[in-house]
Design a protein around this ligand. Structure first.
Ligand code: NAD
Ligand code: UDP
Length: 311
């Protein structure tokens, strides 16, 4: 198949590109390199079955493909809050353009949505039926509401124009190739521990997240894309839930027990807890995560060590 991956030079996108190329597909990677990097896709540059298009999805584009994995959007709070208006445009106009393309060329489109559509949830764990608790005027809204509208657009294009959609709600995912300056918790703690500087825990560290290793996530994503029965939304994430303090202590133990933990103010609207209910993913896709946190962290730490040349 010919497959378009928007955001293909990013963290998740580049892992997806690897899997698709290994399966023998022809892959078009579209990216504006805001948070993505050519290093992530370097190994495919010489392949005749791989193409990179430098393009901003807030502008329309015409290509001919069979499937569209639509991932382009900054995902770390630090990056999506850098230019919130641009984040909204990326989610809303970007998804509109990709759905318009999917409609015209009759391609299947998978949207990389997020657990952030649940906001600071008052239902725990979160099932796909839960409608969320998002502050529409807060500093996370550009991302959360942007993705909610992106989902709305998918379902409206599906009902109105028969566009073949798949919607996945991704929970916190980590792994090799996260950017050193990504700003998300796993990369921050690993980089800090490797450099021997204090781990910055925001608030009292009692807020929770559930961390999914990247290979598990990509497997779930591809199963949903190629499922003929279900369009979603489907939660994909690891249901093992940890407090942020537990995560800090684990990374401290794995890298440098002498490194300190430093408490800093909790950012506005930071969700208190997050854990996916993955019943749907199990029933519909036969998917469950396989990589435990410590195992995944070890792989991620090894990758950061290589890239930062730290021992
Ligand atoms: P990332 O920042 O590494 O990748 C995003 C990619 O999109 C980058 O390569 C970036 O340059 C590109 N991009 C951003 N704006 C663009 C634009 N206007 N035009 C073209 N390209 C643009 O983030 P990621 O972690 O790989 O996330 C990928 C997708 O998965 C995002 O849509 C994100 O919302 C979603 N997601 C990720 C997580 C996670 O934990 N990693 C969780 C929930 C949802
Ligand atoms: N966090 C932290 N220290 C950091 C970065 C993040 O304590 O250096 C916290 C953050 O406040 C949040 C959790 O870790 O409670 C996850 O943050 P991240 O930015 O990774 O993702 P999200 O909040 O979008 O789930």
């Amino acid at each position: 198949m010919r497959i378009l991956v928007t955001g293909g030079a990013g963290f998740l996108g580049s892992h997806l590109v690897d899997r698709l190329m290994e399966q023998g597909h022809e892959v078009l990677c579209l990216d504006n390199f805001f948070t993505g990097s050519k290093h992530n896709i370097l190994k495919w540059m010489d392949s005749p079955y791989f193409e990179v298009i430098r393009h901003d999805i807030t502008e329309p584009i015409r290509v001919e493909v069979d499937q569209i994995y639509h991932l382009a959007c900054p995902a770390s709070p630090v990056h999506y809050q850098y230019n919130p208006v641009k984040t909204v445009k990326t989610s809303v106009l970007g998804t509109l353009h990709m759905l318009g393309l999917a409609k015209r060329i009759k391609a299947r489109l998978l949207l990389a949505s997020t657990s952030e559509v649940y906001g600071d949830p008052d239902v725990h764990p979160q099932t796909e039926a839960y409608r969320g608790n998002v502050n529409p005027i807060g500093i996370r809204a550009c991302y959360d509401e942007g993705k909610r509208i992106a989902e709305t657009l998918c379902f409206d294009y599906h009902r109105q124009n028969n566009v073949d959609i798949r919607v996945m709600r991704i929970f916190n995912t980590y792994g090799p190739r996260m950017q050193e300056n990504d700003g998300r918790v796993v990369s921050n703690f690993i980089v800090q521990a490797l450099r021997g500087i204090p781990l910055t825990v925001y608030g009292d560290g009692q807020q929770t997240r559930s961390f999914c290793y990247v290979s598990d996530l990509i497997e779930g994503m591809m199963r949903l894309m190629n499922n003929e029965e279900h369009i979603g939304p489907v939660n994909i994430g690891n249901p093992n839930e940890y407090t942020i303090l537990q995560l800090a202590q684990t990374i401290q133990r794995l890298i440098n027990p002498d490194v300190e933990i430093q408490f800093e103010p909790l950012p506005q609207d930071d969700p208190q807890q997050r854990q996916p209910d993955i019943t749907r993913a199990k029933d519909w896709l036969g998917w469950t995560p396989t990589i435990e946190l410590e195992e995944g962290l070890k792989e991620t730490i090894a990758d950061f060590r290589d890239r930062l040349s730290l021992t």
